[in-house]
Design a protein around this ligand. Structure first.
Ligand code: PMP
Length: 361
C-alpha cells in the first residue's frame, strides 16, 4: 500500500520560530522578543474593531476598497496599486506563489528574515543565501549571485534582525543591476521607524519589477490582527489578486486597520518614542562594552564577545523576567535581538545587562 507523502521539498522546510511570550513559572514577563509596539495600538483601532462586531454575520468586502483608500490617502499612493493580506507574510506568499516555481532561484541574504527561504521552499523554489558584509546587505554579492533561474530577490530594509539599512544609492545600484525578469521585493515592515524612509515607494514608481510590502504589526501595534499590504505596478497587483482568497481579511481586521492608519498622531508618537528609547538603549549597551550597530528599526542587535556570553546574558535577562530573541538561527550566535520597549522596559534591560557585564561574565 502506498502512503500519503508530501510534495518533494516540503519536509526541507524549517518550521518558523516565533518570539517566546512566556517564561515557565513566571506570571508577568517583559516581552521584547517579537518587535511589538510597547504602547499597544491606537485606541481608535480598538474602537473600530469592537464596532465591527455588529457585522459579524456579513461577509467582508472582497476588494478591501475602504482600507486601500485609507492607505492610499495617508501615503499618497494609487489605491488600485495596493493589495492587502493577512500580515505582510501573506503578501510575500502571494509574490512567491505567483512568480517562482519548482527549481527557480529566490535570493535572500545571510541574516535575512527567516520567512523568505520558507516561502521559496513552499513553491519548490531554491533559496539562495548571499553573504552580507558586517551585517549589512551587500548589493554586489546579490548581483553576483544572479543566474538565469533567479526570479525574486528579497530584501528587508530596514533589515531584521540586524536593523541595518541600505542607502538610496545602494538600492538604486541593486535595481539597476537586476534583469527586468527578476522581481525585487522591498520589505518595509520597519519603515516607519527609519526617519525619512519612503518604504520603497519611489523605487516602485520608477521600476516595474519592484514590489514593496508593509505591515500593521509593528508601528501600528496590530500584530495580533494580522494585516499587511503591498504596493506595485497595476500589472503585478492584478496577478497577485488572482491567487488571493476573496475573503482573506475580515471586517474587523479591515475596520481596525483603517482606523489605525488614519491615526497618524499615534503613529508619529510611537515613532518618536522608539527613536528616543533606541538611542538610549544603544548608547547604554555600547558604554557597557556590548557591540551595537546603528538600528533603523524598533529593535537593536546586541553583540556579545561570543555565543557563550550571549547565552549567559539571555539567561540573566530571563532571570529578571525579560524575554529577548536569540538569533543564532539567523547566523548571529553571539547576538541577542532586543525590541525597543517603553521608558520602563528599556530601563529594565539596561539595569539587567549593566549588572551582568559588571559581574564580568
Ligand atoms: N518582514 C519582516 C522583515 C519582519 O520582521 C516581519 C515580522 N516578523 C514580517 C515581514 C511579517 O510581518 P507580518 O506578517 O506580521 O506583517
Amino acid at each position: 500500500m502506498t502512503k500519503i507523502t508530501p510534495q518533494p521539498g516540503i519536509m526541507d522546510i524549517a518550521l518558523y520560530v516565533s518570539g517566546e511570550s512566556k517564561l515557565p513559572g513566571r506570571g508577568e514577563v517583559l516581552k521584547l522578543s517579537s518587535n511589538e509596539n510597547p504602547l499597544g495600538c491606537s485606541g481608535k483601532a480598538k474602537a473600530a474593531y469592537a464596532a465591527a462586531a455588529a457585522d459579524l454575520h456579513r461577509y467582508p468586502a472582497t476588494d478591501h476598497a475602504a482600507l486601500r483608500r485609507a492607505i492610499a490617502e495617508v501615503h499618497g499612493l494609487d489605491p488600485d496599486r495596493i493589495i492587502c493580506g493577512v500580515g505582510s507574510d501573506e503578501v510575500l506568499q502571494f509574490v512567491v506563489h505567483a512568480f517562482a516555481g519548482v527549481g527557480d532561484e529566490v535570493i535572500t541574504t545571510e541574516h535575512g528574515f527567516s520567512m523568505y527561504p520558507i516561502l521559496a521552499r513552499m513553491v519548490g523554489a531554491v533559496p539562495i543565501t548571499v553573504p552580507e558584509a558586517e551585517r549589512r546587505i551587500d548589493v554586489d554579492r546579490i548581483l553576483a549571485a544572479l543566474t538565469d533561474r533567479t526570479r525574486i530577490v528579497f530584501i528587508a530594509n530596514p533589515a531584521n534582525p540586524t536593523g541595518t539599512m541600505l542607502t538610496a544609492d545602494e538600492l538604486q545600484r541593486l535595481v539597476d543591476g537586476l534583469p527586468a525578469s527578476v522581481l525585487l521585493v522591498h520589505d518595509g515592515a520597519y519603515t516607519e521607524f527609519a526617519a525619512g524612509a519612503d518604504g520603497g515607494v519611489s523605487l516602485v514608481d520608477r521600476h516595474p519589477n519592484v514590489i514593496m510590502t508593509r505591515t500593521f504589526s509593528k508601528i501600528h501595534g496590530l500584530g495580533g490582527l494580522r494585516i499587511g499590504w503591498g504596493y506595485a505596478s497595476r500589472e503585478i497587483i492584478d496577478v497577485l489578486n488572482r491567487i488571493r482568497q476573496p475573503f482573506n481579511l475580515s471586517n474587523a481586521q479591515m475596520a481596525a486597520a483603517e482606523a489605525a492608519i488614519r491615526d497618524t498622531a499615534f503613529r508619529d508618537h510611537c515613532a518618536d518614542l522608539n527613536a528616543r528609547m533606541r538611542d538610549r538603549l544603544r548608547n547604554s549597551l555600547i558604554q557597557m562594552g556590548i557591540g551595537c550597530d546603528e538600528s533603523f528599526a524598533n529593535f537593536v542587535l546586541a553583540r556579545f564577545a561570543d555565543p557563550a556570553q550571549a547565552e549567559a546574558a539571555d539567561a540573566a535577562l530571563r532571570d529578571d523576567g525579560i524575554l529577548v530573541r536569540r538569533v543564532a538561527g539567523y547566523g548571529l550566535p553571539a547576538a541577542l535581538r532586543i525590541t525597543v520597549g517603553d521608558e520602563d522596559g528599556v530601563s529594565r534591560v539596561i539595569d539587567c545587562l549593566g549588572r551582568f557585564m559588571a559581574e564580568g561574565r
